[in-house]
Design a protein around this ligand. Structure first.
Ligand code: SAH
Length: 345
């Protein structure tokens, strides 16, 4: 099998051309085609001679993603089924509002965690995405954003399939390219990593990449409740999570966003609300109360509006910012927790 050219750094590409008796800057030209222009065909690298293009063809492949299908929601949200070079599929979602377009990116095929309310956790096959497979999703959605909404992407959220902190190295390698001037040049402040809460990796991220935004899928601030709906939380208890979040804040000075769904009979009592207030008071944070998107499990039913509003009222009375978020793209199964490659079934 030929080597994937995009696994090479700029330096390695330059060295390749020197080794072939050509000049180093040829490496820069190729790098630009690959990463700034997003070209996935050596034929289209038009400032290279036919011989050079042939040399590349003989030595390398470009394992680019392909967008298999695109679905559009009545609210403008676009869901892409993204086919990888080994025929596995992930999904990515472009979400327009009047002021922004946000790309929701996948980091794994399937997920390494087991949240019981999330459709992605039901998928069997699992592998990590490579840095370039993550980068390609962002690049493809930037092009869609320009095409359909006449503006470049404004924000990137790692809230698609997978747990980004369980694929740390590849996710940060992709973000390095997304933020690099020689890549897409997106500001780190516009990138949010969402995690179910892996304390050790949150600390590592704080130390290495303090500029990103951090979101944590909390859903309950009571250990026994959380563990019941997010079984992996058994290994990563709320106490350790809190410790890592305090470290995050001390290191980055940036507050955390908690994502939180309120379900009937699961986390809808006064005690649940109070536990969340107590938790939020221990670390600078705000709460996004997100709508539950049904994945057809009887156990989970969205709590009535009045309960969600009560959550908001009590949080705000305690000085914690809380926003009630409506769902986007649910008519095409593109909303939070609904990504499950259904169009492939
Ligand atoms: N693994 C990461 C990234 C996924 S983000 C994380 O958990 O943060 C997807 C978000 O949607 C998470 O906040 C997740 O808890 C939430 N979610 C999962 N299933 C959902 C559902 N059925 N309805 C609403 N939100 C859901």
């Amino acid at each position: 099998m030929k080597q994937d050219i995009r696994a090479l750094s700029l330096e390695e590409l330059r060295a390749f051309f020197i080794a072939k008796g050509d000049q180093a800057f040829r490496g820069n030209q190729v790098y630009q085609w690959l990463w700034q222009k997003g070209i996935h065909d050596f034929e289209r690298m038009t400032n290279l001679s036919i011989d050079v293009r042939q040399l590349l063809e003989d030595n390398f492949s470009i394992n680019h993603i392909a967008i298999d299908t695109q679905q559009k929601s009545t609210d403008g949200t676009i869901k892409n089924a993204v086919r990888l070079h080994d025929e596995l599929v992930v999904e990515s979602v472009l979400i327009p509002t009047t002021t922004r377009t946000t790309a929701c990116v996948s980091s794994q095929v399937g997920c390494s965690l087991d949240c019981t309310f999330c459709a992605t956790s039901r998928l069997k096959r699992m592998r990590n995405l490579n840095p370039d497979e993550i980068y390609d999703q962002v690049m493809a959605m930037d092009q869609q954003s320009r095409l359909y909404f006449n503006k470049p992407l404004s924000n990137i959220v790692f809230m698609g399939m997978g747990e980004p902190l369980m694929n740390y190295n590849n996710v940060v390698a992709a973000i390095e390219k997304i933020t690099a001037p020689s890549g897409m040049g997106v500001s780190a402040k516009r990138i949010t990593l969402s995690t179910s809460g892996v304390p050790k990796m949150i600390k590592k991220l704080a130390e290495e990449y303090p500029k990103f935004k951090l979101a944590v899928s909390l859903h309950s601030a009571r250990q026994e409740v959380r563990q019941n709906i997010m079984p992996f939380a058994d290994k990563f208890p709320l106490e350790d999570l809190l410790d890592s979040l305090q470290f995050w804040y001390e290191t980055t000075n940036s507050r955390i966003t908690f994502e939180y769904v309120v379900w009937e009979g699961i986390n809808d009592t006064q005690e649940d609300i109070q536990a969340l207030v107590d938790y939020c008071q221990k670390v600078p944070s705000k709460v996004n109360l997100i709508q539950y998107n049904s994945i057809g499990e009887d156990r989970f039913q969205q709590a009535p509006k009045a309960v969600v509003e009560l959550y908001q009222k009590v949080l705000e009375a305690n000085g914690i910012v809380a926003t009630i978020r409506r769902s986007r793209g649910s008519d095409i199964d593109a909303a939070c927790g609904q990504l499950a490659n259904k169009s492939q079934a």
